[in-house]
Design a protein around this ligand. Sequence first.
Ligand SMILES: NC(=O)c1ccc[n+]([C@@H]2O[C@H](COP(=O)([O-])OP(=O)(O)OC[C@H]3O[C@@H](n4cnc5c(N)ncnc54)[C@H](OP(=O)(O)O)[C@@H]3O)[C@@H](O)[C@H]2O)c1
Length: 363
Amino acid sequence: MLPPGHRVVVSELGSDPLDAIERLTSLVPQPAPDVATLAPHDVIVAVTSASVGWVDLIMTSGQYQHAPKPPYTPGLEYAGRVAGVGSAVTHVTIGDAVLVDPFLAGPRSLGAYQQYGGFATYAVAPAEAVLPLPGSLTCDQACNLLGNYETAYHCLVVRGRLKAGETVLIHGAAGATGLAAVHLAKLLGATVIASGRSDAKLAVVRAQGADHIVNTASLDGLRDAVRAIAPNGVDVVYDGVGGDISVASLRCVAFGARYLIVGWAATPFVSQGKGQRGAPNANQLPTNLIMMKGLDVLGCPTVISSVQDPTLRPPRLAQILAWAASGAITPHVSNTYPLTDFKAAMLAKWRGEVIGGAVLHPA
Ligand SMILES: NC(=O)c1ccc[n+]([C@@H]2O[C@H](COP(=O)([O-])OP(=O)(O)OC[C@H]3O[C@@H](n4cnc5c(N)ncnc54)[C@H](OP(=O)(O)O)[C@@H]3O)[C@@H](O)[C@H]2O)c1
């Protein structure tokens, strides 16, 4: 018998993430899953580390495209130790350190395992979602691997066709997906110009591999700063920030550049809260600049693209796991918290106080 634990529950969708974090999330007792009644292919994971991602935040208000029905436990991506296995599970055994594939289990998945988020002592996942930790990754690093690096891969490699010798401008580079994009772009042999609003965070991004950093707290100097590094403009823009910076960036590009729409961290309220559909405040880009600069503006929804075209994921997943196993990529984690401090962790992520990953420790 496993001892009981605790889990975070979102009781209903908030009008925005702050409303949800402050009023509608709580830590409640969690009975341990019963090993005796596990389905043959199920695995119980005692969660060691759960990533606190931007998507976890906007999911609490239904402002993400995919919304589990409340009450649910947040935590798209988590890692831990195997605490129980069903009768048909052979590839892992009790005590193994594992990460759980967020596409196949947890609140971003579809179906039976959606209820088991990582902000909990225990989660249950199907065997195919449970992967041994690659290489020497810790659980804190592993729970920041797949979502971030698969996104960066889909954007830069599949959509952006980024090549060695090209220059890429990465916005939100201190963020979880942004820093993964910095790591991948350097692996691909590109020159990286990383942007962000804080010199202190940008210093870390520089230490993580960016060739150049540009402070975008004011956008006035963005064009000149980028043109001083890349006189003809950049070949690729990785834009996970959106809003004003997107429009300013159209003056930083080479003719024929690829403009990757990754997300809009600066304008999270493009859609309405409480899970209402529609995006009345959607960002807009000027068509004159797109036309005159011959831009390819490319939408890059990683999960949706992979559902539409199931051939996309297997090579991407294999490559990310291989790079992690060889030590070529290592997720950066700046903040860790005990599970009891889940609100502080979520607020730190919301306020942009995190570089790369923030992690909750249920155990
Ligand atoms: N395309 C996909 O499949 C995919 C997958 C995952 C996430 N996303 C989206 O990509 C975006 C970034 O995700 P993430 O996980 O990297 O988020 P994150 O870790 O929170 O990073 C976002 C970064 O954006 C920067 N930023 C600039 N202006 C901001 C503002 N006004 N408010 C908040 N942040 C601001 C911040 O950097 P500074 O503080 O340094 O400026 C921050 O580090 C989100 O919109 C997310 O939904 C897309």
